[in-house]
Design a protein around this ligand. Structure first.
Ligand code: ADP
Ligand code: MG
Length: 233
């Protein structure tokens, strides 16, 4: 289980969140822009330090660990591929850093290339690929090191509708196959329904409602949540 309680403040903004996520569960974080979704993911990844609190996974305290020792895979909107490396080397990057033996590294890269249908592109540079293909490389890179936790910040956000649908199917298959505990930030209700077992609704740095997607959408906790989720009244 992932268990966290975190506090973080920026000028004009306070985040205070406590949350438990089951192993292998996908939890979608929904909320308006500025509600603290990315900040929460960065705290979990260790890219930001909390003022107070902890992040535990499977009873191990990750709080004092730097990002590279948390076994967390992340795919952030502003986290680009390495332009000078081939697709295969982008995917292998974290494995080199973690000193996987060459044979195991090559096997894992081959497996991910195949799963993401990127095998024909292995030797290309990222700029030679379409947006959807690039995003699949980023997903493969995030998963390469067999993270116990996967953090996805609007992974489909920058793509057009057709590519979103295509990548959504990849994501669903991949999350199932890898059985990795996942926090997924999304704006898209369809995405939350298809991918997540539960959704958490964030407002002004706090989680105001958590539940199964169909429960949350059917019974928003207050008028604000109803409005945010697109109810008419
Ligand atoms: P979301 O991802 O839900 O859109 P963010 O987590 O990016 O929201 O931001 C939450 C709030 O924290 C915003 O008001 C944002 O301006 C502020 N914020 C985020 N990162 C920083 C930072 N590094 N320094 C100062 N303020 C920040
Ligand atoms: Mg954000």
């Amino acid at each position: 289980m992932l268990a966290l309680a975190l506090k973080k403040a920026f000028p004009g903004f306070r985040l205070e969140v406590a949350l438990e996520v089951q192993e292998g569960e996908v939890l979608a974080l929904l909320g308006p822009s500025g509600s603290g979704k990315s900040t929460l993911l960065k705290l979990v990844a260790g890219l930001l330090a909390p003022e107070e609190g902890y992040v535990c996974f499977a009873e191990a305290d990750l709080t004092p660990l730097p990002p590279e020792r948390r076994k967390v895979g992340f795919l952030f909107q502003d986290y680009a591929l390495f332009p000078h490396l081939s697709v295969a080397d982008n995917i292998a990057f974290g494995l080199l850093e973690a000193r996987w033996p060459k044979a195991a590294r090559e096997e894992r890269v081959r497996e991910l290339l195949e799963r993401m249908e990127l095998t024909p592109h292995a030797r290309k540079r990222p700029t030679e690929l379409s947006g959807g293909e690039q995003q699949r490389v980023a997903l493969a890179r995030a998963l390469a090191n067999r993270p116990r936790l996967l953090l996805l910040d609007e992974p489909l956000g920058a793509l057009d509708l057709r590519l979103r649908e295509e990548l959504l199917l990849f994501l669903r298959k991949t999350l199932k196959e890898e059985r990795v505990t996942t926090l997924l930030v999304t704006h898209d209700q369809g995405e939350a329904f298809l991918l997540a077992q539960r959704v958490a609704l964030m407002r002004e740095g706090r989680i105001v409602q958590v539940g199964r997607p169909e429960e949350v959408y059917a019974r928003p906790i207050d008028p604000w949540a109803a409005r945010f989720l697109g109810h008419k009244n």
